[in-house]
Design a protein around this ligand. Structure first.
Ligand code: PLP
Length: 434
């Protein structure tokens, strides 16, 4: 499969180029250039298929000519020592737990695969510097995934404030390949600097710079795998429609679901579950989209005013407007309804959800209450409930044991350097640590 820019379909590039250069020279973001029909593959997989096995089966078909089955197995085995988990609650609902990775957040799935596949793609030649804007959880996820990967250095830009959960033994200053740099500024400054560096083409070329942020299509593509995993787990029981309810902020997760559909997964729709920050819902419904000021909520990963995947969403609508209008259902769930949903899920099913997953659950309940609906809804649980222990106690009365792996995320570390939020300062730092 080849990749094209959201803004033009003139030049097609390989997966390797899309991953290692990450922003198309003509502007926009990379997206898969073609449909694919993998339905045949689904016949051979069922509820016994292990996750690495599914990945090793699907990835070489998607990336034919670039990732052979042996390489794909190696990537899958080295990326995934954790798996998604599908729990069927009743006729109507299942929950797809995506929080079993090292940081307890679904983003581990995309990041782990990206790091492993990059190493594989660079096996015979080349090297890369992965420059990413980081916060506590994604930073830890990246540091774990990239540590000791051959031919790769991971530079992580942190905003002002404490840096937690990463291990100094993995830093370049101690013989590793991880370089945390603190930017005197906000997370937005970090993101802007990543874009500016990559758009400084001669510089990015010289130091072979790419990113592990979600603009890299190599992080989105592997998120397709867990949708397929959910599908093959439940296909035997399915009667009627199948929908996924996805807690959506930057819309990477939901876009990956759309790719899964594009690659042949039989699915009837996606609920874009949002909190009070839901202006993009207007766009989904075909109205004009006007970003609104942000409101702080109890599901902060969904507090986004302009999704970074907006361009990818627009390009889906341009390709197939009618299909999209019938497949995407925005839902706005406020904090109170989220908390009530968390309580209800506990009482009814004995399951604890974090608030992001609670938003998706409430949205699914609302959708399924429509008399026209008959079918099954899979709710994506994107964050371990232990990460929101206080709200879980408040809504359900339950104390959660915090797993060991999540406890270590709290430990503070110093960055290797602290710099001004300017491109020149960052480029200087990169040149000196190359
Ligand atoms: C990042 C994140 C989301 C939103 O995912 P997008 O791909 O940005 O839409 C949802 N839930 C949690 C817990 C997250 O960390």
């Amino acid at each position: 499969m080849q990749f094209r820019s959201t803004q033009s379909n003139k030049s097609l590039v390989s997966f390797k180029d899309a991953v290692l250069h990450c922003l198309p020279p003509e502007g926009g973001l990379y997206v898969p250039a073609s449909m694919m029909d993998m339905r045949q593959l689904f016949l051979y997989m069922d509820s016994n298929t292990a996750y690495p096995e599914l990945v090793a089966t699907v990835a070489p078909v998607l990336l034919q000519g670039e990732l052979n089955p042996f390489s794909a197995s190696r990537v899958a085995e080295s990326a995934f020592n954790f798996e998604p988990e599908l729990k069927q609650l009743d006729e109507r609902f299942s929950i797809l737990n995506l929080y079993n990775g090292p940081t307890g957040i679904f983003k581990d799935f995309g990041i782990a695969f990206l790091a492993a596949v990059m190493e594989e793609l660079l096996k015979n030649s080349g090297r890369t510097m992965v420059l990413s804007a980081s916060r506590t959880d994604t930073g830890v996820s990246m540091a774990r995934a990239f540590y000791r990967r051959q031919h790769i250095t991971s530079v992580m830009l942190y905003p002002s404030g404490p840096i937690r959960g990463i291990d100094p033994a993995t830093f370049a200053s101690n013989g590793g390949n991880i370089i945390p740099i603190q930017i005197k500024g906000t997370f937005d400054d970090c993101q802007r600097l990543v874009m500016e560096t990559i758009n400084d083409r001669p510089f990015a070329e010289r130091y072979s710079i790419t990113t592990a942020n979600a603009i890299n299509v190599g992080r989105l593509l592997p998120q397709v795998f867990y949708y397929l995993f959910a599908f093959v787990k439940i296909k035997k029981y399915l009667k009627g429609d199948l929908l996924f309810s996805v807690p959506s902020g930057n819309f990477g997760n939901l876009i990956a679901g759309l790719y899964a559909w594009k690659f042949g997964m039989p699915v009837n729709g996606f609920i874009a579950a949002m909190n009070a920050n839901n202006a993009i819902g207007d766009f989904i419904l075909g109205k004009e989209f006007k970003p609104r000021p942000l409101i702080a909520t109890n599901s902060p990963a969904l507090d986004v005013s302009l999704p970074s995947n907006y361009e990818r969403l627009v390009s889906f609508y341009e390709e197939a407007p009618a299909v999209m209008r019938n497949m995407m259902f925005p839902a706005a769930i406020d904090d109170k309804i989220t908390e009530e949903a968390m309580e209800r899920v506990w009482k009814k099913y004995g399951i604890l959800l974090d608030p992001h997953s609670g938003v998706a659950f409430a949205a699914a309940e609302r959708f399924s209450a429509s008399p026209a609906f008959s079918g099954h809804l899979v709710i994506l649980a994107t964050r371990h409930p232990a990460k929101e222990a206080e709200l879980v106690v408040k809504t359900t009365g339950q104390c959660i044991d915090i797993p060991e792996r999540l406890k270590s995320l709290r430990k503070k570390t110093d960055p290797i350097a602290i710099i001004e939020p300017q491109l020149a300062a960052l480029e200087g730092a990169i040149a000196s640590c190359y």
